[in-house]
Design a protein around this ligand. Structure first.
Ligand code: CA
Length: 250
């Protein structure tokens, strides 16, 4: 299922750059609105997975739109990434206090925006226990359909290996102890030892192949951690003359 992104922004160039780049990525469809009112009207029918919200809008400001979205039970959980031309700390703090999930200051790199959009959607899905897909362009996991693709290959994991990987991804960034992993994947009654976890981690890394070490960290003496890779650290394949950079107008 494609993730529906609503961008509320009056700068056409930014809207088109964001739309072009998000739709080029796998799994996004984008609708746009030029004003807060137009955006608020679109939300109930469109039910976006995330809203990219400019602060400087004609009519209602982004802050007001954010406040209204957060007041309504139907829309209060939709992740919001705010776009701000102002860099001052107090503007950012105000946005976050009003309930925005993240903000990004113009001018911004489009790859950074996409990374933030993905991260905000992932956090939301992990919080509500509905994480269906992990996808950062290199590693793709569909949790419902038990599909994994890594660097274009499809490693075959057993059910336990898959469950272990899912647990790590759902707790991305956190270190999970062997005991915690044993309890969650094998259950309290299962008689086993922490070596079981090590053996399964080793098999997962082997099946994923080169690059797996970057994602699954061994924290010596503690356990394991899933480490999502930052797309920003990869060289961008977008040629410099394309719309890879969205900038605010003077
Ligand atoms: Ca604007």
């Amino acid at each position: 299922m494609k993730k529906r992104i609503l961008i509320i922004e009056d700068d056409k160039d930014i809207v088109e750059a964001v739309r072009y780049n998000l739709e080029k990525e796998r799994g996004f469809s984008v609708l746009s609105a030029k004003t807060g009112d137009e955006g608020l009207n679109l939300v109930p029918q469109m039910k976006p997975h995330l809203i990219i919200l400019d602060i400087g809008l004609p009519g209602l400001t982004g802050y007001e739109v954010c406040r209204m979205l957060r007041r309504d039970a139907e829309t209060q959980d939709i992740p919001i990434v705010m776009l701000t031309a102002r860099g001052s700390e107090s503007d950012k703090v105000l946005g976050l206090e009003l309930g925005a999930d993240d903000y990004i200051t113009k001018p911004f790199g489009i790859r950074e925006l996409i990374a933030r959009v993905r991260a905000a959607i992932r956090r939301k899905e992990a919080d509500s226990g509905t994480l269906e897909v992990f996808d950062d362009g290199k590693l793709y996991i569909h949790f419902e359909d038990y599909i994994i693709r890594f660097h274009g290959r499809e490693p075959k994991l057993t059910f336990k290996e898959f469950s272990l990987l899912k647990l790590l991804v759902q707790n991305a960034g956190r270190v999970l102890s062997r005991d915690k992993i044993l309890d969650a994947v094998w259950g309290y009654n299962y008689y086993s030892e922490s070596r079981t976890v090590d053996v399964h981690i080793r098999r997962i890394r082997k099946k994923l192949g080169p690059g797996a070490q970057d994602y699954i960290d061994t924290v010596i003496g503690v356990g394991y951690r899933f480490k999502p890779q930052n797309p920003e650290s990869q060289p961008s394949p977008v040629p410099s003359n394309s719309k890879s950079q969205a900038t605010s107008r003077p």
